[in-house]
Write a protein that binds this ligand. Structure first.
Ligand code: OAD
Length: 260
């Protein structure tokens, strides 16, 4: 029974990770959808890094919830399975979904990469923060380190290879998705129709999320939307579940496993 699952921030909400568009998503009165942009980083890299550091810390302290665990159970139970998550946290992975059965289409919050060259550092949920020690590279000795000029971004790491600013290794608004990851999704969907598609905890604001959900559920597959609120995908769903993911997913997964 081929199964395709798409998840968004709502699946991690019950682990204490704020969603992007919910009321609790605001940070220092700033709209997260305006912080997760190349423009915000160009304007104020320190502010963007502060936000990402806080989110990394929150994710380190969080645990996968019953929704992550239910999806992992499904992945282990189903031969043809793919999870595409928009979440940059590592809670699906920590719940036990193997990397080859999951596409993290918006990247990984624990990756730090150079904004110019291809230098990349991979941290993990338990790792220390990326190299703030390299953030300040005094060029003119003591004076600069005591009295930083307005050009200094004290907590913005710099690339050890080319000295450009390092940035979080996630996909921001307006940026291209990774070609590799896109191909993995396309390959799965080209492999044939699914029996069941589950879309959980996402506002489905991006066209590619809607497109993938519809392609996966072509030829009469069941399309289950799990979200307390209506989304642009709701009218296409064959089953609407208006409950929190951590409550409804364990039940839905039990039903699917019982069906074989
Ligand atoms: P959003 O914050 O836009 O939406 C979260 C969705 O989860 C909403 O539809 C809520 O109704 C729903 N929700 C809230 N609590 C829930 C719960 N307990 N159980 C189930 N659903 C719940 O997050 P995403 O749709 O994931 O992209 O956002 C998509 C992308 O936009 C993000 O990956 C990020 C963002 O800006 C980038 O940064 C590129």
């Amino acid at each position: 029974m081929p199964l395709f699952v798409l998840t968004g921030a709502g699946v991690s909400a019950e682990s204490g990770i704020p969603t992007f568009r919910g009321r609790d998503g605001y940070w220092r009165n700033l709209d997260p959808t305006k912080l997760a942009t190349p423009e915000a980083f160009a304007r104020d890299p320190q502010l963007v890094w502060d936000w990402y550091r806080e989110r990394r810390q929150r994710i380190r302290n969080a645990r996968p919830n019953a929704a992550h665990e239910a999806i992992a159970r499904l992945a282990h139970h189903t031969e043809e399975f793919l999870l595409v998550t928009q979440n940059v946290d590592d809670l699906h992975a920590r719940a036990g979904i193997p990397a080859q059965r999951m596409v993290r289409i918006h990247g990984d919050i624990f990756v730090t990469r150079c904004s110019r060259c291809d230098f990349t550092e991979k941290g993990s949920g338990g790792s220390p923060e990326p190299p703030t020690a390299r953030a300040v590279q005094p060029q003119s000795g003591r004076l600069r380190s005591i009295a930083p000029t307005s050009d200094d971004h004290l907590d913005v790491p710099r690339c050890p290879r080319c000295d450009k600013l390092m940035r979080p290794g996630v996909v921001w608004f307006g940026e291209q998705l990774s070609r590799n990851e896109l191909e993995r999704v396309e390959d799965f969907l080209d492999g044939g129709a699914c029996d069941v598609v589950i879309v959980a905890g996402t506002t489905a604001t991006f066209g590619y999320i809607i497109d993938w959900a519809l392609r996966g559920s072509r030829d009469g597959a069941e399309l289950i939307e799990l979200n307390p609120e209506e989304t642009p995908l709701s009218r296409f769903a064959t089953r609407l579940v208006r409950e929190p993911a951590a409550i409804a997913l364990p039940r839905i997964v039990d039903q699917l496993i019982a069906l074989g």
